[in-house]
Design a protein around this ligand. Structure first.
Ligand code: ZN
Length: 253
């Protein structure tokens, strides 16, 4: 499996192929045909930037039956789409800012698809061909505003509400990956991607029937049960088998 990252280098953000302790810098994003420039630097986790620059972040709600049930909702008959703005992206190790408008912000650890090809109305049977790789995301949600607003743009869209990373991993089989979320070392969520209501190929096919998917776009695939609050000073860790661990801290805005 190959892992890619985006690193904060002295000359700006650079995509890189991670090879153990070394990072091989690329001339552009790997899903845009990036190739190694020959520059090899030590891999430094402190340099990790958000590993993608998507034109859009599509998300699916209630895609795990037990999570739908824990919030008193039924599983939808077709994927329930919403989106988060690119301005909500947060780098690994960054700080989720709790907005003063909400009294209840929650974590939703999720597997995220990174699109590798421009597609529109791709069939489910061939949808996996347009996947570049997979990464980890947290669909941070102001649960009180989600309920009071009725629609979800504000509740899901605050700045820093979409931590992503640390890597984009190519070659992972997404059909049965464990997802675990812990806050301050205590486990909150422990699910598996095999529990998804709509699988990866069906989600891509359905989304591409709505809008053109571009290389580097992100699709968040829903969260397993166990969502819970994020409080000022918390440290949250989202781990997915084979993809590593995404960590962030929580601070009042
Ligand atoms: Zn979610």
């Amino acid at each position: 499996m190959n892992a890619y990252a985006r690193l904060r280098r002295p000359d700006g953000a650079r995509y890189a192929a991670i090879d153990g302790e070394r990072a091989k810098l690329l001339d552009r994003a790997p899903w845009r045909g990036g190739t190694p420039t020959g520059e090899v630097v030590p891999f430094t986790p402190a340099e990790l930037d958000c590993p993608v620059e998507p034109t859009k972040i599509l998300c699916v709600g209630r895609n795990y039956a037990a999570h739908a049930a824990e919030l008193g909702n039924a599983v939808p008959a077709s994927p329930l789409w919403f989106s988060k703005p690119p301005s909500s992206l947060l780098s690994p190790g960054g700080s989720v800012r709790l907005p003063p408008e909400s009294e209840r912000v929650e974590h939703e650890g999720e597997l995220a698809i990174v699109i590798g090809k421009r597609v529109r109305r791709i069939a489910a049977a061939s949808a996996l061909e347009c996947v570049f790789g997979y990464t980890i995301a947290c669909d941070v949600t102001a649960r009180d505003l989600q309920k009071s607003d009725g629609q979800w743009t504000r509740a899901k869209g605050f700045d820093t509400f979409c931590p992503v990373g640390p890597f984009v991993v190519v070659g992972a089989d997404p059909s049965a990956l464990g997802i675990r979320v812990s806050v301050n070392g205590t486990e909150r969520q422990n699910g598996n991607t095999r529990q998804m209501v709509f699988g990866i190929a069906d989600l891509i096919a359905h989304a591409s029937g709505m809008m053109t998917l571009e290389p580097g776009d992100l699709i968040l695939t829903g969260t397993p049960e166990g969502v819970g609050p994020l409080l000022d000073g918390d440290r949250c860790r989202v781990e997915i088998d084979g993809l590593g661990a995404l960590e962030f801290v929580v601070q009042r805005e």
